[in-house]
Every structure is written in C-alpha cells, then in structure tokens.
Design a protein around this ligand. Structure first.
Ligand code: ATP
Ligand code: MG
Length: 594
C-alpha cells in the first residue's frame, strides 16, 4: 500500500487500490492547486460525475468518502498537494504548470536562492484588510512559492491604542479567503522582550538616546536640523534615563528613545527618529504588562532580521525610511534583508487605506467594514468577487513603482471571466410594469439556467397572460412595437397606459409572431404569479474628488423570479441585461459588476 505524507508530517496508509478514491483524490488535488490550496467539494463532485457518469446513481453513498478525501487534501500544504498529485497523475501537474505560466507572472527576485527565500506580510491589526493588503500579501506569497521558500504572516501589533483582537481575526480570515497560506504566523508583540533588549543595547552603545523634550520642540528642531540637549548628555546620564524609561518612572509623552542619526541629514527620516515611546493602554494580547512600545521604524527591521526574511517588500511611501531601516540593522550588526518596493494600489474614487476608511465607519457614514462600496476584502467577497480573479489582477499589475491607478474595470474583467461560466442567468426587473398579453394561453416554460452549461440546470415557470417587464424597457415602447420576451414569445404592443406625469402604469399587448428578428428588442420578463419583491444594491464611487459621494449606494427596487429569491446567500448569478450579482439574503442582491 502506498504511503502518503499528510500535513502533520505523519505517514499514513491510504487504500489507493480503490479506483474511486484515487479519482476523487486526483480531482480534489487538481482543484485545490487551481484554487489557492483549497478544493471546493461541489466542484470535485461535479467533476467526479463528469468523469464517471456510471456512478451518478450511487453518488449519494459515495459523498461521505469523497468529502473525507477533500478535507484531507485541504489540510495539506501546497507542496504536499503537488507531490501527491505528481505521484497519482504525473501528467496533470505539467498541465497545471503551463496553465499557470499562461497567466500573469512576477519577474524574478533579486538575489533569490531557490529553497531559501523568506518573505513576510506584516499587517497592523488596526482595521480590516483591503485590496491593497491583498496586493502585498499575494506578491509576498507568490515569491515565496516561486522559490520554494516561506511566507511569514506577522501581525505588526505595537500600538495598543489601535490594535483590536477583532482585526487580527479579520486579517486572518481575509487571507484565508484569498487563498494566501502563510507558513509561519506570529506577532511582533511576541518578540517584545527581544526588541526591548536590542533597544537597550543600542542606547548602551551610544546609538540611541532618551529624549524628554516636548513634541513641539522635537518637531521644531527637526525642521531646523538641530540637535537638542538630550542628545548631548553624557553616557551615564543617558543610561540612567534609559533605566527610568523601562522601570515606569516616566509617564506617556514624557520620554521617547530616539535613534542617533544625523540631525542635518537631507533625508528627514534620519533626523533622530523615534524608536520607542510610552503608551498607556491595554494591548489585546499582552494587556498592561508592556508600556514601552517600539515604533514601526524600529520593529520592522528588527523583526525582518529575526524572522530570517530575505526579501522584504513594502510600498513606495516608505522609500525615505529605507536608509533608517538599514542603519538600525547595521548599528546592531544584524543580518539585512533585501528591500524591494512596489506601488500602492489605489483606485479612482475608492480610498484604499484604513486611514481613509476608518473615519467613514467611526462617524457612521458607513455602517460596516463589508459595506459593498468599500475596498475591503470582506466587501469584495460580499459583492461576489472571487479570490482567483483578485490574484490574477494583482499579478497583472506586477511590482512596478508606477503610481498610475489601475482601472477598476480591469479587476472586474478578471472576475467576469471567472464567474461567467458558473453564474445562472436569471431575470430581475427593476421598477416593474405589468403587461397584459391578450390571447396568451396559460403555459409552462422551461428556462435554461445557463446558455451553454446544461449542468447548471433549468427552471420551470408557469406563465398566464400577465407578465412584468422593467420600467426602463416599458418607457422605451410604443404602440405597434414588437418585442421578444426572452425564451418565451414575441408580443406586439397595443396600448401604453400612462400615469399622471408620464410614467408607464401598464401595457396592453397581444401575442406576436414567432420569428426572432435581429432588430427586435429582447427583454427579460417575470410571470405575474412568479414575481417576488427584490432589490439590488448598486455600489458606486465612494468619493468624487475629495468629497464623499452621497449617492454612492444606489438601490434598484423591483422583482425577481421566485427561483432567484429562493437562492442561498453567496450564490453568484447574472441578472440578464442587468449585471452579475451576488445574493445577499433577505430578497436582496449586490451588483458585482455589469
Ligand atoms: P493603511 O493606509 O491601510 O493603514 P498600512 O500600510 O498602514 O495601510 P499595514 O497594515 O501596515 O497598512 O500594511 C501591511 C502591508 O500592506 C504593508 O507592507 C503595506 O505596504 C501593504 N499595503 C498597505 N496598503 C497597501 C496598498 N494600498 N497597496 C499595496 N500594498 C499595501
Ligand atoms: Mg501601517
């Protein structure tokens, strides 16, 4: 019996002589490797039936076994999944490789050695992850995989006033959804003692000092490029102050530790920047035990070096701080990673930054982090974007420094490509108008759920002589027009009945011919006895210039087929002539994109 390495590193026998199990395992591995390491049970089942239609009748009894196979596969790290697929179906992996090569790819990494690259993604748990984080995390992960190295997820939690347990969880969940699988997960706060030690060492070596000047004074002297008296104190006084910094003698804002840089440096980031400050506040993981917290400037290089990071990537706005990053490690004689920059991801009209999103949530303009107008991962997910599309989009951007904002439509195009083949085509009519069709005999029609994929099934609808069409379509009709009700029949308009003010109240029509002419409008409809009140949220640009767009969330009210209204939340559909939507629950969907 073959031995299969499971994720825990344990060898366990698996009865591969069972042909069924072998097929399920191969399909699950393939699906997992195509979708960031996680196979979808439904996809595996449908592929299974596709390969073994003879087993369709007994599929129910096979489900528990296949489910167990999928779970086992999903618990494996990607490298093991690959190795096992190679063992089970050698050809498949090659096919997968060429597939990946056809998609967008990143350029080689400077000085990278196969097998020893370590990258890291260091989010601060002070908010929900957004599409900018997706860019950073995906690039970090892709490079780790490209060189068979490791990805470290490090929660950069050094400000107890800003971090919340909720945000650690939200970040982990966002990454999981994206299919980003870190090899190591840790917190900067885990290393707080080491960071303190290194800070003390720096002061002892004369490379840093305790400054008790006011913030205004520090600011002023920094602007003038002049040192303060704290910098000039003798060594024993400096050490004494450091002792007091750590023993709790100073209050918040009374003292900071500053790097001894160069107060006259052209690069203002080198003008004795802050390395530690006192923050009174309960840290989500360490409580009140720690009062002296490192700044990002100190923690980032120390942690990167301690974590064995070989390639540290960050966004371009930190460019001026690179000199400081290297200087700190140099002064402590610590190993230095290669620093690589890429541009921040921003979209026109959508602020991609916690700094800009948080105020909207804090002041109640937006009620939750997954509001579909936001660029958070939870919002993208709720809107119906899929991780695969986000990854392709991010990789298509590459790691250039160009500051151009990519068009949002480019992300939409990647998503459309992924969801188009699997989204059911259903009818939604906005601002419905009733049409009475004279001479229409009651009938039952079968509507295909997808034009080309029969496996998405069909639905039966009973139609009498009354249907609803969209208000906008009704407004464009006049007596004598002939239109096609999609997949039903043609109708000829006899009379348009208008309300006061000119809006169409209802329409009288009769059954028309059967010929579908190119020029004829083809419109969606819903049988009167099948319509369910339904609405679609349409997210728009949050900002117009610097102004919050008060019309950023449009609600399209109307009706959907009862079939659509009964779909489970999370289902992606295409409302014909309206757009791709994700069912959100409570007879509401969210427009993903057109
Ligand atoms: P924010 O402005 O949202 O607070 P941040 O950079 O302070 O952004 P962090 O949680 O500290 O947020 O970021 C973690 C990592 O994600 C960093 O390496 C940062 O460079 C990267 N990152 C953050 N925002 C973007 C973005 N818009 N585009 C690309 N990378 C980003
Ligand atoms: Mg930050």
């Amino acid at each position: 019996m073959p031995q299969i390495l499971l994720s825990a590193g344990v060898c366990r026998s698996v009865p591969l002589d069972s042909e069924i199990e072998k097929l399920a395992r191969t399909l699950a591995l393939k699906n997992a490797l195509e979708h960031g390491g996680k196979a979808a049970f439904d996809a595996v089942i449908s592929k299974f039936i596709g390969s073994r239609p003879d087993k369709r009748a007994e599929i129910k009894s096979l489900i528990p076994e296949i489910k167990a196979v999928v779970q086992a596969v999903n618990a494996m790290p990607a490298a093991e999944q690959k190795a096992l697929l190679e063992q089970l179906a050698p050809g498949e992996l090659e096919a997968k490789k060429t597939h990946a090569e056809s998609g967008p790819r990143l350029p080689p990494l400077e000085g990278a050695v196969m097998g020893s690259v370590v990258t890291r993604f260091p989010p601060e748990p002070n908010g929900y992850p957004h599409i900018g984080h997706a860019k950073a995390a995906i690039i970090d992960e892709e490079y780790a995989r490209m060189y068979q190295g490791k990805l470290v997820l490090r929660f950069d939690d050094t400000n107890p006033l800003k971090e919340k347990l909720e945000y650690y969880g939200a970040i982990a969940e966002g990454l999981k959804w994206l299919g980003v699988k870190p090899d190591i997960v840790k917190n900067t706060s885990d290393d707080i003692s080491k960071i303190h030690e290194l800070g003390k060492k720096l002061v002892e070596a004369g490379g840093a000092y305790v400054c008790t000047c006011s913030q205004d004074k520090i600011h002023d002297l920094r602007a003038k490029g002049l040192p303060c008296e704290c910098r000039l104190l003798d060594h024993s006084t400096a050490l004494d102050r450091m002792g007091r910094m750590f023993d709790g003698s100073y209050e918040q804002n009374q003292a900071i530790i500053r790097f001894k840089g160069d107060m006259a440096d052209q690069n203002t980031a080198m003008r004795d920047p802050t390395l530690f400050r006192i923050i009174e506040g309960a840290h989500p993981l360490l409580g009140n035990r720690v009062r002296v917290w490192p700044t990002y400037d100190f923690a980032a290089p120390i942690e990167d070096s301690l974590d064995g990071v070989t390639h540290a990537m960050r966004t371009k706005e930190y460019e001026l701080r690179n000199a400081l990053y290297y200087a700190i490690l140099d002064r402590l004689a610590m190993r230095t990673p290669v620093m690589i920059e890429f541009s921040r991801l921003e979209f026109e009209g959508i602020p991609v930054s916690k700094r800009k999103i948080r105020p909207l949530i804090d002041n109640g303009t937006i009620s939750s982090w997954d509001d579909p107008r936001l660029p958070t991962l939870s919002a993208f997910r709720r809107r119906g974007f899929v991780p695969e599309a986000i990854r392709k989009f991010v990789l298509s951007l590459g790691i250039t420094l160009a500051e151009t904002k990519p068009p949002f439509e480019s992300l939409e195009a990647y998503n459309r490509k992924v969801i188009d083949p699997t989204s059911m085509r259903l009818f939604f009519v906005r601002d419905p108008v009733e049409v009475q069709i004279e001479g229409a005999a009651p009938m039952e029609v079968t509507l295909k759920n997808h034009p080309t994929d029969a496996s998405l099934g069909s639905r039966k609808v009973r139609v009498s002589d009354r249907v609803y069409i969209a208000g906008e379509d009704a407004a464009n009709l006049k007596a004598g027009d002939e239109v096609r009700l999609i997949e039903l029949y043609n109708i000829r308009i006899k009379q348009i009945i208008k309300q006061e003010g000119g809006k169409v109240a209802s329409i009288v029509a009769e059954v028309g011919g059967d010929e579908i002419r190119q020029s004829m409008p083809k419109i969606q409809w819903i049988a009167k006895n099948d319509i369910v009140e339904f609405k679609v949220m349409i997210p728009k640009e949050l900002y117009i210039g610097e102004e919050y767009n008060t019309k950023s969330l449009e609600i399209a009210k109307g009706g959907a087929e009862s079939f659509a209204a009964a779909l489970a939340p999370d289902t992606c559909v295409q409302f014909v002539r309206f757009g791709f939507c994700r069912i959100d629950g409570n007879n509401t969907a969210i427009l993903t994109h057109r």
